[in-house]
Ligand binder design. Structure first.
Ligand code: EPU
Length: 302
């Protein structure tokens, strides 16, 4: 979608929004898949309510993009614009055991920055690509921990109320790869309360997680992490592997030979290739195990 109305363009400029016309989302997602649309980069949280009013008044649909690491975007010219927060400097401010982190901050950098200041707890998230906002929205976790456990406060744009609000940790429910945020809420910033731990000890935890990840996941390849959530008490990766589906392909979309719940873009895979592969694997798992796998990856294909 292209914004061409001078009135809207003027409004964006007034709000300090940076317009990047005709941006390829393939370049903004870890899968390297996705069509083109206008990208609107937000420099001030406070401009968001006015920005969304401007878009709504002019019938311009939008979606919020985080780090693009858990996302499968449709092909071709997209029928909505994409909003993304510009990372502020600094993106993290520490105050005792509290880390004030902007939603646009890189997750890995946040973990290491806190570690260097003797704040631990998030070692398991090292190596998980994406932003802190994205991790928060889906309660990212690995190796027995999840980010939700450390959340004390979240600043967000609540689409339903059309305003920026602050939620305390106890007002949010964090479950396995699921939170009580509405799909159109936009994460803006978070306060994490992290346990004190000596840097050396955290580093050792980080080293162990890195090693486990390197030995079991296709890190150098284009992927969106795990495609499916694990069904209760089971592992989607193990089920797909047991069916002998590693390397199963549709075009250049392929089930990883390293971890069967990672689907990689081995070249020029389209969104349709990836969606067909997802449907095929889901169907086979259902046929054999009677389990309907639920997507973990977020799909923007409408
Ligand atoms: N397994 C296989 N074959 C495979 C993959 C896994 O047999 O191809 C087996 C493993 O040997 C192991 C079991 O399945 O016995 C579980 O595998 P793993 O430890 O890799 O964990 P997972 O359940 O597949 C989850 C998260 C990952 C996270 C790891 C480590 C989900 C959907 N996945 O994977 O998160 O990194 O645990 O904690 O919850 C993600 O969220 O995108 C993601 C990759």
């Amino acid at each position: 979608m292209r914004i061409s109305d001078p009135k809207v363009l003027g409004g964006l400029a007034k709000l300090g929004v940076q317009l990047r016309p005709g941006t390829s989302l393939a370049e903004l997602t870890s899968l390297g898949i996705g069509g083109t649309t206008d990208l609107l980069r937000i420099t001030k949280h406070e401009s968001i309510p006015c920005l969304l009013r401007l878009l709504d008044d002019n019938h311009i649909p939008h979606k919020f993009l985080g780090g693009g690491s858990n996302l499968l975007v449709g092909d071709g010219e997209l029928s909505w614009v994409v909003l993304q927060l510009v990372r502020p400097d600094p993106e993290i401010v520490l105050e005792g055991n509290f880390a004030h982190v902007d939603a646009a901050a890189d997750l890995g950098r946040t973990v290491t920055y806190c570690a260097k200041h003797d704040l631990g707890g998030m070692e398991g998230l090292i190596g998980v690509p994406g932003t802190v906002g994205g991790a928060l929205r889906m309660n990212a976790g690995a190796y027995g921990m999840q980010i939700g456990s450390y959340v004390r406060e979240v600043k967000l744009y609540r689409a339903a109320a059309r305003q920026i609000e602050i939620l305390r940790g106890h007002q949010i429910s964090f479950e396995y790869r699921h939170t009580s945020f509405a799909p159109d809420d936009m994460m803006l910033a978070v306060i994490l309360e992290l346990p004190s731990k000596p840097f050396k000890e955290i580093l050792e935890g980080i080293r162990i997680c890195n090693e486990k990840r390197r030995s079991s996941q296709p890190l150098g390849q284009k992927s969106a992490g795990c495609i499916f959530k694990n069904p209760p008490g089971a592992s989607a990766g193990r089920m797909i592997d047991e069916l002998g589906l590693k390397t199963l392909s549709v075009g250049d979309a392929r089930v990883s030979d390293r971890h069967a719940n990672f689907f990689v873009n081995a070249g020029k895979a389209s969104a349709n290739d990836m969606l067909a592969l997802i449907a095929d694997v889901r169907g086979r798992v259902h046929k054999t195990y009677g389990v309907e796998l639920e997507n973990e990856v977020v799909v923007w294909n409408a």
